[in-house]
Design a protein around this ligand. Structure first.
Ligand code: PMT
Length: 397
C-alpha cells in the first residue's frame, strides 16, 4: 500500500475526534495572527499516545513519556521568539506549570500561610510563596503571563493515537500560510501499534465467561471472537488475554510530502534503549522520510545528551550537558553517557561526527540552570533555531 493509500485507509477507519473542529478554529486564528506579524510558529508534539483496547475504553496501552522534553522545549522556543502550538497528551506536563506539577515538586510545598494581619479573621493568613522560591516563581510566572497575554502559546490536548494523528494532519495543513516560518518538532512518543476499529470490542473485555443472554446483539465484535487473537482458556473462571496489534502507518512520510507547508522545517525524534542502534536508527529515519533533522536520544541518557543527525555535514553532532551541570534523574543512568557515540566509533565506521564540546566562556552565559541543573533543551533549541534560520534564508534566495 502506498503512504497515501494507508493514510486514507487509516483516517476512513476512525471518526475524527470531537474536539477537532474547535481545535481547528483555534489553530486557524492563532496562525493567522502570527502570519500577520511574520512570526515563526513551531508545532511541538509532546507526551505519549494511548492505544485503547475497547471502544468504550476502560483499558488502554500507554508508554512512559511524561512530556518533559516537549514542555521544556516549548519554553525555550518561546524564549527564542517563536509562537508555540503545543499538541500534548492530556494531563502530561505543560510549559511553565511543569515546574510545579511533578509529584516531587508539588506546588503546595512552595507555599505558606502568612501570619494573619486582619484581627477580625485571626486564623486566616494570606497564602504566599515561600521566601526561598520567590525569585524563581516570579520568573516563571512572568514568562507564563507574557506568553498568554501575547497569544504566543496554544495548548491542544490529545489522548489516543488516532486523536493525535487527526490533530497532526489538521495542524500541518492549517500551518500552510506560514511557509518556511513553520517548524515541526515531533517529540511525542507515538504508539507504533494499534487495534483497527473493526477488530475492537465495543464494551469492557470480560475476564470471565458471560452468558449469551447478557451479550448485546448489536455489538460488532462478540466476546468470543475478540480481536485479541483469541482467549486461551486457563481455568474455568479466568482467561488469558492475547493482544494482536497492527502497525500504525508512519505518517512522517505524509507530513513531509503532503501536509506540511513548502519550505518548512521538520524535526523528528528517535528514541532507543540500545546504544548500538541509536545513530543507525536515526540515520535510517532521515533517509526514509527525507526530512531535515532527526534528534536521537537514549531512554537512559535523554536528559543529558542527544545527537543531531542531519543530511548535511557534520551529519552527526552530539550535544551534551557538561558533567558538572547534569541534573539528577531517577530513571537516568549516567554511565551510559557517551556509549552510543562510542558504539558508532567501535563499529569502525567512517564518521564525520563533531564531538560534543565543553562550552566556551561566552556560551557559558547562555546556560540556564534550574534548581535541578542545566536543561538539555536550553542547548538543543538555540542550535535548532540556527538551523531553521539557515533554511529560511536559503528558501528566500
Ligand atoms: O516526554 P519525555 O519523558 O521527556 O520523553 C521524551 C521522548 C524520549 C519521548 C522524546 O525525546 C522522543 O524521543 N520522542 C520520539 C519517540 C520515538 O522514538 O518515536 P518513533 O520512533 O516511534 O517515531 C519517530 C518519529 O516518527 C516521531 O517523531 C513521531 O512523531 C513520528 N511518527 C511516529 C509514529 C507514527 N505512526 N507516525 C509518525 O510520524
Amino acid at each position: 500500500m502506498s503512504p497515501a493509500d494507508s493514510e486514507s485507509a487509516y483516517f476512513n477507519n476512525y471518526p475524527p475526534p470531537k474536539a477537532l473542529p474547535k481545535h481547528e478554529s483555534l489553530a486557524r486564528s492563532f496562525i493567522e495572527y502570527h502570519v500577520e506579524s511574520n512570526r515563526r510558529v513551531v508545532l511541538v508534539t509532546s507526551g505519549g499516545t494511548t492505544v485503547p483496547l475497547e471502544n468504550q475504553t476502560v483499558r488502554f496501552i500507554d508508554n512512559f513519556s511524561a512530556g518533559t522534553r516537549g514542555a521544556t522545549s516549548a519554553e525555550y522556543f518561546l524564549q527564542q521568539g517563536y509562537a508555540v502550538i503545543f499538541l500534548h497528551r492530556q494531563f502530561s506536563l505543560l510549559p511553565y506549570s511543569r515546574h510545579y506539577s511533578h509529584s516531587t515538586n508539588c506546588f503546595l510545598d512552595f507555599m505558606d500561610e502568612a501570619s494573619p494581619s486582619d484581627v477580625s479573621n485571626s486564623d486566616h493568613g494570606h497564602i504566599v510563596v515561600r521566601n526561598e522560591y520567590q525569585d524563581e516563581m516570579r520568573d516563571v510566572l512572568r514568562k507564563y503571563r507574557y506568553a498568554k497575554q501575547n497569544n504566543l502559546l496554544l495548548l491542544l490536548p490529545f489522548t489516543t493515537v488516532s486523536e493525535y494523528l487527526f490533530e497532526l494532519r489538521m495542524l500541518a495543513k492549517c500551518m500552510n500560510p506560514l511557509g518556511p516560518n513553520a517548524l515541526f518538532y515531533l517529540a511525542a512518543a507515538v504508539s507504533d501499534f494499534f487495534i483497527p476499529r473493526d477488530r475492537m470490542a465495543e464494551h469492557k473485555i470480560q475476564s470471565s465467561e458471560i452468558p449469551k443472554e447478557f451479550r448485546s446483539p448489536e455489538e460488532a465484535v462478540g466476546a468470543d471472537d475478540i480481536y485479541t487473537g483469541g482467549f486461551e482458556q486457563k481455568q474455568e473462571s479466568s482467561k488469558k488475554l492475547v493482544v494482536n496489534l497492527d502497525p500504525v502507518p508512519k505518517f512522517l512520510h505524509q507530513l513531509v510530502n503532503g501536509w506540511s507547508p513548502e519550505g518548512s522545517m521538520i524535526v523528528s525524534f528517535k528514541l532507543e534503549t540500545d546504544p548500538n542502534l541509536l545513530v543507525y536508527k536515526a540515520q535510517t529515519a532521515l533517509e526514509r522520510y527525507a526530512h531535515h533533522l532527526v534528534i536521537g536520544n537514549l531512554l537512559s541518557t535523554r536528559k543529558w545528551e542527544v545527537v543531531f543527525v542531519t543530511p548535511n555535514p557534520p551529519h552527526e553532532r552530539w550535544i551534551r550537558v557538561p558533567k558538572s551541570r547534569r541534573s539528577k534523574s531517577i530513571s537516568g543512568v549516567e554511565d551510559q553517557v557517551g556509549k552510543a557515540e562510542a558504539a558508532k566509533r567501535s563499529l569502525g565506521e567512517q564518521t564525520s561526527a563533531a564531538p560534543a564540546e565543553e562550552p566556551t566562556k561566552e556560551e557559558d552565559t547562555g546556560y540556564i540552570a534550574t534548581r535541578e541543573g542545566t536543561e538539555i533543551e536550553s542547548l538543543i533549541i538555540p542550535e535548532l533555531v540556527k538551523l531553521h534560520t539557515g533554511m529560511i534564508e536559503k528558501f528566500k534566495r
